[in-house]
Design a protein around this ligand. Structure first.
Ligand SMILES: *Cc1c(COP(=O)(O)O)cnc(C)c1O
Length: 236
């Protein structure tokens, strides 16, 4: 079954092209290809195809939906870190707190407190990214840039959380390449916060860029990109 899939599937070719494009954008921005962490975003993709992507080197997976994650993840190869990247309801944190390596979509103190509480139950510290609503879009989650300082201060005292960076899903109607204003604003926030050296807050990851704009994101400073449709094909 898997063999069939891989011969008829464009996934291996897609994967190859993505690695080449990531490497080129990394070089253009003065970094090495391995400095860029690439997540395979698996929403709506059957686990068999996710496993094909893992074979092509996409060993870190991004999941959007709690139920889908719980159904599929037992079938993934052991040892693939999974990042939760979707909207997360507070009452569902308990289902994933023992299972994911990182939660990228933390955008309210209520959610942060619940992750802290559940992480404590599991005897762990959860790596999180703070999602920033850089385009100030009502339809999207995320902390507004002007609220970020207060937010980080509040999270820095939660002992079972470790802030590792920022995440954003900017508007599509932006300039391309190294000129994307939203990616550049994110980069500035990232650098500014890093220079403040807040206790328990590390700016290791700047997670931005998806299938349509990952090269631009890398050129603007992203070191983590989240790719779905360019790898797996379009979603219904
Ligand atoms: C779906 C999704 C992606 C990937 O989107 P593509 O355009 O398919 O690459 C990245 N990040 C988040 C948060 C998503 O929900």
């Amino acid at each position: 079954m898997t063999e069939n899939l891989s011969t008829i599937d464009s996934l291996p070719e897609n994967a190859k092209q993505i690695w080449e494009r990531v490497a080129e954008a990394a070089r253009q921005s003065g970094r090495r290809p391995e400095d860029i962490q690439v997540l395979a975003v698996t929403k709506t993709v059957p686990w068999e195809r996710v496993n094909l992507a893992v074979e092509q080197g996409f060993s870190v997976l991004g999941e959007n939906r709690v139920q889908e994650f719980l159904d599929k993840s037992p079938h993934y190869p052991p040892g693939c870190p999974i990042h939760f990247i979707g909207r997360l309801q507070t009452n569902k944190v308990k289902y994933i707190a023992g299972k994911v390596a990182m939660i990228q979509s933390v955008d309210s103190l209520r959610l942060a407190k619940e992750i802290d509480r559940q992480a404590e139950k599991h005897g762990r510290v959860m790596d999180i990214l703070i999602e920033v609503n850089i385009g100030r879009e009502e339809s999207k989650g995320g902390v507004l840039p002007e609220d970020l300082d207060d937010f980080l201060q509040a999270v820095s005292v939660m002992r079972h959380l470790h802030v590792r960076g920022l995440m954003a899903i900017p508007p599509q109607n932006a300039h391309s390449g190294a000129e994307n204003e939203y990616f550049l604003q994110m980069r500035k926030l990232f650098v500014d916060i890093r220079s403040k050296k807040i206790d328990n807050i590390d700016m290791d990851y700047l997670s931005m860029g998806m299938s349509g704009d990952f090269e631009s994101a890398i050129l603007c400073g992203a070191n983590m990109v989240r790719i779905g449709s360019a790898l797996f094909g379009g979603r219904k």
